[in-house]
Design a protein around this ligand. Structure first.
Ligand code: PLP
Length: 326
């Protein structure tokens, strides 16, 4: 995102520098601010890693000009990579488990990418394996592999973190964000902890996800409707560093759904289920700090609204909890 005063050559130049907006339902004594990643051209936080990783791989010679990127994704990463690939003269192929939203798959195709589906029951692990198989069949193909690539974390350490600290003049008490690959939270947390080692860091996952196992906690695995965050196999999520995190908050699907609907009807935010989960968790942390039950260097909490609800309308995201397919 840039200002309106400067004409630009590419939509790619509008990635990042997104607004930070107060969540009005949070306590006044400990305000919660949300980073609106829906303001990116592909309407999700993943535009940042799409741009950063393709640029870095071209610069480092890991990807040839005119080469091909093949990536396993739930969709948002595919959209972010598709925009970057198109604008930087690279072909794009995305491997997507069937259960993920058709809107995202249609948007990737519209951006000129090829979409290949894998069975839902093989999970993201199946998509990762298929992406590597496809890359092995081509000479000029690379798999950026967001789940294990440090560039994913670097993109947020270099952009999202500094933007947040600039907006709040360094007064950031806690960082609370959902974890899919965990690149967003790890990048922001690394930057934040460099500014102040007492910054409170909380990871957010759906109830039924297993990230909390990495902190030695018992976690009960179950399916969940929330899309974009959580894991059924923490070994897949190589970027997640439990030592950087003070706590892992589990948010039930119903709580996330109630909050995303409230954010739309009361605060004008058209955001999706991982944002609902993040907002609910961030408000909880703010209330803890207000009530003297949480320790943070400043009375402020920052979270991330990762993507827009528009790409889940076909799943009934604004219908009743029972009708919402997730
Ligand atoms: C909707 C949504 N929310 C949150 C995230 C989490 O971002 P990260 O992978 O950086 O943890 C993702 C990642 O794909 C996402 O698509």
């Amino acid at each position: 995102m840039t200002d309106h005063r400067t004409p630009l050559d590419s939509v790619l130049e509008t990635v990042g520098e997104t607004p930070l907006v107060r969540v009005q339902a949070a306590p006044d004594e400990v305000p919660v601010y949300a980073k609106l990643e829906t303001f990116n051209p592909g309407a999700s936080v993943k535009d940042r890693i799409g741009k950063y990783m393709v640029e870095q791989m071209l610069e480092r010679g890991e990807l040839e000009p005119g080469g091909t990127v093949i990536e396993p994704t739930a969709g948002n990463t595919g959209i972010g990579f598709a925009i970057a690939a198109q604008q930087l003269g690279v072909d794009a192929v995305f491997v997507v488990p069937e259960r993920f939203s058709v809107e995202k798959q249609q948007l990737m195709s519209a951006l000129g990418a090829e979409v290949i589906n894998t069975p839902t029951d093989e999970g993201m692990g199946g998509a990762i394996d298929r992406a590597h198989e496809l890359a092995a069949e081509l000479d000029d193909a690379v798999v950026p592999q967001q789940f294990g690539n440090p560039l994913n974390v670097e993109a947020h350490y270099e952009t999202t973190g500094p933007e947040i600290f600039e907006a709040l003049d360094g007064e950031v008490g806690a960082v609370v964000a959902g974890c899919g690959t965990a690149g967003t939270l790890m990048g922001i947390a690394k930057y934040a902890l460099e500014q102040d080692e007492d910054t409170y860091v909380a990871a957010v996952e759906p109830e039924g996800s297993l990230y909390s196992e990495t902190k030695g906690e018992d976690a009960e695995e179950a399916d969940y409707k929330i899309e974009g965050i959580g894991t059924h196999d923490p070994d897949t999520n190589e970027l997640f560093e439990p030592d950087l995190v003070d706590e892992i908050l589990q948010v039930p699907d119903r709580r996330a759904h109630d909050e995303l609907k409230r954010l739309a009807s009361e605060e004008g935010h058209l955001v999706a289920s991982s944002s609902g989960a993040a907002s609910a968790a961030a408000r909880h942390v703010a209330e803890q700090i207000r009530d003297g039950e949480g320790d943070a260097p400043h009375d402020t909490v920052v979270t991330v609204f990762a993507d827009s609800s528009e790409r889940y309308l076909s799943k009934g995201i604004y219908r009743s909890f029972e009708e919402w397919e997730g």
